[in-house]
Design a protein around this ligand. Structure first.
Ligand SMILES: NC(=O)c1ccc[n+]([C@@H]2O[C@H](COP(=O)([O-])OP(=O)(O)OC[C@H]3O[C@@H](n4cnc5c(N)ncnc54)[C@H](O)[C@@H]3O)[C@@H](O)[C@H]2O)c1
Length: 374
């Protein structure tokens, strides 16, 4: 199969959908890799790194025109809509439920569109979202520690303390992937960490893997209030799948936090879990409300493309290999997780929530494509 990789044109996006290491795995399996020149530059992968593993280069137009499978990171932008054509398989983050114009463009294109974010295992894990949550969780703890510094507007506290001086407190709302990873880094910095969770099973698991080094508390509004007010860094990491984040932190709680403390609302991509949160960008990551620094960057992994690109390719590559080796029809017949990723196929919307979101007709995948392995 001919596999194409294009440059990401979304502002502030430096990731690329395939590393040279991933490209080599594909060429070794007998596939061709076609890369738009400069596509890996933002992630520190020069063209030569792809050239040395036998990839060829083309313009974005030619990659779209020639490739059987196009790999991207972010959803196509309007400037790219006209390039998406029938017969191509597009594999990328799509987030179609929030984007009607793109959904309609993909339906009209006739392309097969597989969304990273809806690839879902039988036990309801989202393997292609998880690495970005790992990155965001780790970054959140770093951002919290950094913005506590006085010259950056913080209260001037070293999160880990020193011998004879107590460390700072980090309160984590939500102990899922973001919460766990934020806890690991905050603990590494020497902070005192509290995780507020709703799931007792999840708390039991965290108790075990973090060897009792964090306080685990049931998330009630009273407990949230107490923990938020006494924390130096609060990290919002809750998720209710398919819903907006619950507003667990009220403006009054923020008002009662210590001046110069930091609220890092990672759940901002789902609307944020504080009443005072609004999305920010890497070029202007923070703002202050009620004396509390708010860090609410909606695409946190974009700050660390070298790490995020590798973490993304690590998890997408097995699916890319399956599509390349077998073709999409057989690959989805063999793997139900991948089948759940197919959002648009042959001009039909095959993902129910996307069809519902835009009042479009829903066609179950098995009606559009036979799912029995051949
Ligand atoms: N800003 C970014 O760049 C970025 C990057 C990755 C993920 N995220 C977001 O971070 C959030 C967390 O993602 P995740 O992968 O860790 O999700 P996850 O499903 O692994 O974890 C969410 C956790 O929140 C818990 N929870 C739900 N309601 C709660 C409540 N009321 N109180 C306490 N805990 C509660 C759940 O039990 C679960 O353990 C999501 O909104 C995700 O979209 C943002």
């Amino acid at each position: 199969m001919k596999i194409g990789v294009v440059n990401e044109i979304k502002p502030d996006e430096y990731r690329v959908a395939l590393t040279p290491a991933g490209a080599r795995e594909l060429t070794q399996r007998g596939h061709e890799v076609l890369v738009e020149a400069g596509a890996g530059a933002g992630s520190s992968f020069p063209d030569d790194a792809y050239r040395s593993i036998g990839a060829s280069f083309a313009t974005a137009e030619d990659v779209w025109a020639q490739a059987d499978l196009v790999l991207k990171v972010k959803e196509p932008l309007p400037a790219e809509y006209a390039l998406i054509r029938e017969g191509v398989v597009l594999f990328t983050y799509l987030h179609l439920a929030a984007n009607e114009a793109l959904t309609r463009a993909l339906v009209e294109s006739g392309a097969a569109c597989v969304a990273y974010e809806t690839v879902e295992t039988d036990d309801r894990r989202l393997p292609l979202l998880a690495p970005m949550s790992e990155v965001a969780g780790r970054l959140a703890a770093q951002a919290g520690a950094t913005f506590l510094e006085k010259p950056l507007g913080g209260r001037g506290l070293l999160l880990g303390g020193v011998a004879g001086v107590a460390p700072g407190h980090v309160a984590l709302l939500g102990g899922g992937i973001v919460g766990y990873n934020a806890a690991v880094i905050a603990l590494g910095l020497g902070a005192q960490v509290t995780i507020l969770e709703r799931s007792v099973d999840r708390m039991r698991h965290l108790e075990e893997v973090l060897s009792g080094r964090v306080s685990l508390l049931m998330s009630s509004s009273l407990q949230i209030e107490e923990s938020v007010i006494q924390a130096d860094v609060v990290i919002g990491a809750v998720l209710i799948p398919g819903a907006l984040a619950p507003k667990l932190i009220t403006r009054q709680m923020v008002h009662e936090m210590k001046p110069g403390s930091v609220l890092c609302d990672v759940a901002i991509d789902q609307g944020g879990c504080a009443e005072t949160s609004r999305p920010t960008t890497h070029s202007e990551p923070v703002y202050t409300v009620e004396g509390v620094i708010h860090y609410c960057v909606a695409n946190m992994p974009g700050a660390v493309p070298v790490t995020a690109t590798k973490a993304l390719t690590n998890v997408t590559l097995p699916y890319v290999e399956a599509i390349a080796d077998h073709g999409l029809a057989e690959a989805v017949a063999r793997d139900r997780s991948l089948a759940r990723g197919v959002n648009v196929l042959h001009g039909k919307v095959t993902y129910e929530a996307v069809a519902e979101a835009h009042g479009l007709e829903y066609a179950p995948l098995e009606d559009v494509l036979p799912l029995t392995p051949v």
